[in-house]
Design a protein around this ligand. Structure first.
Ligand code: HEC
Length: 158
């Protein structure tokens, strides 16, 4: 009898273990969590601060619909921006620091968060991927924030 209940106990334990969800190999970075660092300047709703920090929702999806715009948006986060920038008819002469410490997947995640939760007008967002951000990082490796800001107009921003 003792042996039987031991066997049942072992079997129950095994069944419990196998019913636990397998741990995810690498959890997808949460764009909303990463956005907290952007919110420090662009505000939680992405409306920005007139004259200091541009709104993020205004032309994001329009730019994200074009290859040049997608490149500009990823480079803005990777390299930062430095120089005059006109958004919704207002000129900003600020400096956005390169967002160091974010890997390609985190950048794709935060851009997808902005393109869905912050920017709600314009064409539907085609999701950014880590591979796309990696390719942009490689092709823009020698650019500075001052170079990236000059890409804004061809990116479809305004
Ligand atoms: C320290 C403040 C600061 C932080 C943090 C910051 N930004 Fe910016 N951002 C700016 C400023 C300032 C500009 C305008 C730069 C200029 O005038 O050249 C800008 C511009 C931009 C633009 C260009 C907008 C357009 O319509 O062309 C994008 C996109 C952007 N930021 C995204 C982000 C994202 C995403 C994050 C977080 C990962 C972030 N920013 C974090 C200050 C910041």
């Amino acid at each position: 009898m003792a042996r039987l209940s031991l066997a049942i106990g072992v079997l129950t334990g095994a069944a419990l273990l196998s019913s636990l969800p397998a741990p995810a190999a690498s959890p997808a970075p949460n764009g909303a969590t990463t956005y907290a660092r952007c919110a420090a300047c662009h505000t939680a709703t992405g409306k920005g601060v007139p004259g200091a920090y541009p709104p993020l929702g205004a032309d994001f999806r329009k730019m994200a619909a074009k290859p040049a715009g997608r490149r500009y948006l990823a480079l803005a986060v990777i390299k930062g921006l430095n120089g005059p920038l006109t958004v919704e008819g207002k000129t900003y002469r600020g400096v956005m620091p390169a967002q160091a410490g974010l890997d390609d997947a985190a950048i794709a995640g935060v851009l997808n968060h902005v393109g869905t939760a912050i920017a709600t007008s314009g064409p539907p967002l085609r999701a950014f991927t880590a591979a796309e951000v990696a390719a942009t990082r490689a092709s823009g490796s020698n650019l500075t924030g001052a170079d990236v800001v000059k890409l804004h107009v061809q990116a479809g921003g305004g």
